[in-house]
Design a protein around this ligand. Structure first.
Ligand code: DC
Length: 226
């Protein structure tokens, strides 16, 4: 039986994470948070002191080996998902801006993207999968039956991110966050491998002026007819 795959691609702060989790719950499907994989790899390479060496061939080989053997675990409960790296709970740590930067660096390296390919494909299991990322429809699951591209203006994404970080107890300013978002968007969209862009057959949603509930309704309507 074919596995129903729903992909949600788009920039960070568009509401993808929240909506992907809601869709996975609604359909009782598995959830792939591919950004978390890049964040975990970024954190691991930082811990191994390898992040500044990504252009060195021998060091890159070592990074690929680390990527292929990453010891990670996702544990879901009613509070959300806990993420473990080498047995340590890094759920909070991987959500910081700093680890986001590490992830963005790692994500620009073709060999490291390739090393995470099979790990992502392995999430596709019955009864179905909601895959959240940047290249889910264009590279990892081109066969997906339901492809969504969710975006929002950089300003509204920065506002949401500030609220999220403040709720986590961080003291942040919108100007810094907006500059980070714009720099990361540029890097994600301009990289030569798997750049952030909609699949040709993606259903496009701009969430700038929509509530999460409105976007969820649009998605369900699209998925149920696709
Ligand atoms: O969605 P996020 O902010 O957790 O993603 C972290 C970084 O990883 C971001 O810079 C984009 C990158 N990423 C990617 O290149 N491909 C994916 N499928 C998911 C994330």
């Amino acid at each position: 039986m074919t596995i129903h795959i729903i992909t949600i691609d788009g920039p960070s702060g568009s509401g993808k994470g929240t909506l992907a989790a809601r869709l996975a719950e609604h359909y009782a499907y598995r959830l792939l948070d591919s950004g978390a994989l890049y964040r975990l790899l970024g954190l691991s390479l930082f811990q191994h002191n390898l992040l500044d060496n990504l252009t060195d061939e021998a060091a890159l080989k070592q990074c690929v080996t680390i990527a292929l053997n990453l010891d990670i675990e996702f544990k879901s409960n009613s509070q959300g998902t806990q993420v473990f790296l080498d047995g340590q709970d890094v759920s909070q740590q991987i959500r910081t801006e700093q680890v986001g930067e590490y992830a963005s660096k790692v994500a620009a390296i073709p060999e490291l993207r390739q090393a995470l390919f099979e790990r992502q494909r392995a999430f596709a299991q019955q009864p179905g999968l909601v895959a959240d990322g940047r290249d889910m429809a264009t590279s990892i699951f081109p066969e997906a039956q339901s492809k969504i591209y969710l975006t929002a203006s950089a300003e509204s994404r920065a506002e949401r991110r500030v609220k999220q970080l403040q709720a986590m107890g961080h003291d942040v300013k919108i100007s810094g966050i907006l500059a980070n978002i714009e720099a990361r968007d540029k890097r994600d969209m301009e990289r030569s491998v798997a750049p952030l862009k909609p699949a040709v057959d993606a259903y496009m949603i701009d969430s700038s002026d929509l509530s999460i509930d409105d976007v969820f309704e649009l998605m369900i309507r699209y998925i149920d007819r696709s």
